[in-house]
Design a binder for this molecule. Sequence first.
Ligand code: NAP
Length: 370
Amino acid sequence: MQKVAFIGYRGMVGSVLTSRMKEENDFAGLELFFASTSQAGEKSPDIGMDVPPVADAHDLRFLSGMDIILTCQGSDYTNKVYPQLRESGWKGYWLDAASALRMKDDSIIVLDPVNRNVIDQAISKGVKDFIGGNCTVSLMLMAIGTLFQNNHVEWMTSMTYQAASGAGAKNMQELVSQMCMIGKKAEAMLCDPANSILELDRNVLSTMNSNEFETRYFGAPLAGSLLPWIDAAMENGQTKEEWKGFSETNKILQNKTPVPIDGICARIGAMRCHSQAMTIKLTKDIPIDDITQMISSANEWVRVVPNTKEDSLKALTPAAVTGSLTIPVGRMRKLNIGEQYLTVFTVGDQLLWGAAEPVRRMLKILTGKL
Ligand code: NAP
């Protein structure tokens, strides 16, 4: 039986991962250990089988006894522990949801419905580090990766509408508390239909700009607004989130000639589904029916949504997609700019295909179950 340590099981990604693994009976057949940086000695989570108490995630002796380490703990942990472990001669598999090792030359970014061939080749060559991709990139490739794989993309821009969960649990709480405060302060006005809409608007704005409005984690109001900046600044004016679109996509696909990708990433007041609008310059004019066929047959989770108001509002929104593995792709049409210009809109649960699912499936691949 392979010994597997699961670190970061308490966090947001780790909790979703634990629940998916329970649902799919993934824990069966593993000698499993939970480890934490703060809960060592506590009872392990209930997963329906006997598991030892929580281990110390900094204990190198414990870690070096593992065949596989799966961590959702974050980059600080990886940067601290991974080098020490490898220097000590540990040869096991390292699976990680954090970004720290993603761009390392000898790591693979995993998204098996798109790059299973890359993963299989890497395993046979002895690669040991398999890392989950950036959520927006993984969701985009689940939706339209087939167009890249068939060399149909000359370049792409993506404009993203990213959920609060991408910034962490505290940010999700802050979004809801902002919504709550706006609602409470405006409640009396909403109950009186005689109030003018401009008064209601002024009331909301003054709540959002008041000192008591909670903005500690986002740094600005998100409810009733939008934040056109995600992650750190790069020297060229991009944000790091925008930089990942190009670098991670081309690494996942192992493109010898990188496809140009760029755009703007924005945070919106959705809870845990990212949406993105893509403009794609195709390498040639491909009929929209052929594109529809290619996308809808690319994997078992993608669904093409007809380009109608009714279908889009029913199936192509964060409210419709949250909690599901389905990746809807809609608003698909050729732009008026020309027949080689395609636009599509897609939505995906960023804690499932955007974070937990690729890592969960990679564990199954390494344990011979997928
Ligand atoms: P998180 O919720 O902040 O959890 C990380 C760790 O924080 C937990 O494992 C836990 O470690 C500790 N923690 C402290 N107080 C806690 C509390 N009250 N409840 C739960 N955990 C607590 O981080 P995350 O959002 O899951 O992200 C983990 C990694 O995945 C990050 O590197 C992130 O960039 C990456 N990732 C995230 C997403 C996303 O959508 N959030 C998507 C893709 C990748 P101890 O048990 O050791 O205390």
